[in-house]
Write a protein that binds this ligand. Structure first.
Ligand code: NOJ
Length: 582
């Protein structure tokens, strides 16, 4: 696909009135306002009937994505892997795991997406490899002091016999971040013991990943989502850290190393990981070199950062003009259902990104967090648990769905790019009553079962209400059990049905595109700029009004374009978002 000219972004002017972002009709790269759909391959669609989704399954459902109207698809990892962390433990970066198909299946899927005008982004996992990767096996065999060990973070232990880990770091999945091997040395793993961290100071590591980028770019992929983009470089000397480490609540500190995670005015929610293993300045040089690699190819290829970094001004450093192109806005994802907090994070996001000329990248759900249709229906609003147990207080399903539809319509009304997580277009809730025996997330096991983990948002999708396994695959097998409620959410009972969540998303994406909302501006509607329960703004002649409170709000116009729920006698009822002609 052709490259858009000009490619140099001009920072938008910062306005002093209620305008927080100024739109532009100038030629722009496709990713600046794209709606991108995350496919989690093992749970999207199963082509061969083994109960695990695969690449032929994705190909068979591309028309669903085309009908929905997304611009691009991001695929979570499908590479050769022992699947200790559902593929985020890569043993061979240049091959497809037989579980998911073959390289030829990948090529066919890519061609199918391109034929339909959709781009494809793949996942790159550079912070760590699988312990089954040839490099790690070589390092184990070669022993202490060998060149092969230098590609990873091997160290001698502390204490008289080296029996204590080299420092006190904890794994994000729980337990120590170090594992001792038979010869007595320890290796670092910020995640599972099967995911040893690479040493990014090593030139061979850098060269290898540039080559991996080229391998997939040559195949024709349109970009990469970079896993743990804020973790690859660690502070010199690997100093002890006494803060708390967790994937979605990184900033709480416990004792002697208080940090400044950013103030609420910065839009911070506590979503930023802190400590000497995260957000080190050295990561940026890596992204500059990758930017140069991508720039050699046509078609505006892009890099999107998975970086749990706050405040937003710090996150914006990842999307400076010569680095990555997008960074997921996790401060937005983790904001409570609260109008003032949402206004703060939205304004802070544009402030930070406009400074560097990058688009904001909105997201509400992914494969690591509780689905927003459930999160927003939990009894304690604003809490973001790492999974929900059957014994936990259960969500209010109807309330969660209502708010999720309102939240999505709010998100899709804003300028910038937006990511959707598979199933959210169906209003799919989390599976909150999974039996513990079927859980597979390493985070569940490494916390000794204290955390439910992420399996509940990874349950195979329901495609057909009346088919076994709700049409996930030809045999009815599913690698995780689906809740009975999925019958009501199946895609086939929503297609063409007015008011269904699928049709709401489809209409929102179509209107967003025809009205140019993705590259529009955002000005608060004055009447509600301080309202305790309403978020309201204008984007290119479309007013977006979200009522988060319980009292109906009068419609500020007559021409309603879209509503996330039924209107109440000319008013916007609780937990509802409306798009109107301004
Ligand atoms: C972030 C990914 O999204 C998550 O699923 C994975 O477990 C970790 N990185 C480790 O790769």
């Amino acid at each position: 696909m052709a490259t858009t000219e000009p490619t140099t972004p001009t920072p938008a002017p910062l306005a002093a009135d209620g305008t927080v972002h100024v739109g532009s009709d100038a030629a722009r790269e496709w990713w600046r306002d794209a709606v991108i759909y995350q496919v989690y391959p093992r749970s999207f669609a199963d082509g061969d009937g083994d109960g695990i989704g695969d690449i032929p399954g994705i190909t068979s459902r591309l028309d669903h994505l085309k009908t929905l109207g997304v611009d691009a698809v991001w695929l979570s990892p499908f590479y050769r892997s022992p699947q200790k962390d559902a593929g985020y433990d890569v043993a061979d970066y240049r091959d497809v795991d037989p579980l998911f198909g073959t390289l030829a299946d990948f090529d066919a899927m890519l061609a199918g997406a391109h034929d339909r005008g959709m781009r494809v982004i793949v996942d790159l996992v550079p912070n760590h490899t699988s312990d089954q990767h040839a490099w790690f096996q070589e390092a184990l065999a070669a022993g202490p002091g060998s060149a092969a060990r230098e590609r990873y973070m091997f160290r001698d232990g502390r204490g008289p016999d080296g029996t204590e880990p080299p420092n006190n770091w904890q794994s994000i999945f729980g337990g120590a971040a170090w594992t001792r091997v038979d010869d007595g040395q320890w290796y670092l793993h910020l995640f599972d013991a099967s995911q040893p961290d690479l040493d990014w100071n090593h030139p061979e590591v850098r060269a290898e990943f540039e080559d991996v980028l080229r391998f997939w770019l040559d195949k024709g992929v349109d970009g990469f989502r970079i896993d743990v983009a804020h973790g690859m470089v660690k502070a010199d000397g690997l100093p002890d850290w006494h803060g708390h480490v967790s994937m979605v609540e990184g900033s709480a500190t416990e004792d002697d190393q208080p940090v400044d995670p950013g103030a609420p005015e910065d839009g911070s929610t506590g979503a930023g990981n802190q400590g000497p293993m995260f957000d080190q300045d050295g990561v940026h040089e890596i992204y500059r070199s990758w930017h140069r690699v991508l720039a050699e190819y046509d078609g505006d290829r892009c890099l999107v950062a998975e970086a749990w970094v706050e405040p937003l001004s710090r996150l914006a450093r990842y999307v400076r003009p010569d680095e990555m192109h997008q960074a997921f806005n996790f401060s937005f994802l983790t904001t409570a259902w609260d109008a003032a907090a949402l206004r703060r994070v939205i304004a802070a996001s544009y402030r930070a990104n406009d400074e560097v000329g990058a688009p904001t990248t909105w997201v509400l759900s992914n494969h690591d967090v509780v689905r927003h249709a459930t999160r927003l229906g939990l009894p304690e609003v604003g809490v973001r648990p790492n999974g929900v147990f059957a014994t936990d207080p259960q969500p209010d399903e109807a309330l969660g769905l209502r708010r999720a539809r309102a939240a999505s319509l709010l998100m899709l009304g804003m300028p910038g790019s937006a990511y959707l997580y598979q199933g959210e277009e169906l209003g799919l809730p989390e599976h909150t009553t999974l039996p513990n025996e079927v859980r597979q997330d390493p985070g569940h096991f490494r916390t000794g079962g204290a955390e439910a983990g992420r399996d509940g948002c990874r349950v195979p999708l329901p495609w057909e209400a009346d088919a076994p396994g709700y049409g996930f695959g030809p045999t009815g097998k599913t690698w995780l059990p689906q809740p009975e409620s999925y019958e009501r959410y199946a895609a086939d009972v929503q297609y063409g049905v007015a008011g269904s969540t699928f049709e709401l998303y489809r209409a929102a994406l179509a209107t967003r595109s025809t009205e140019g909302l993705g590259h529009g501006g955002l000005t608060w509607l004055e009447a509600w700029s301080d309202a305790p329960d309403v978020v309201a703004f204008v984007n290119r002649g479309v007013a977006v009004v979200a009522n988060l409170g319980s009292t109906p709000v009068p419609l500020p116009g007559t021409e309603v374009l879209l509503a996330s729920g039924d209107l109440d006698d000319g008013a916007i009822p609780a937990d509802t978002t409306v798009w109107l002609r301004a």
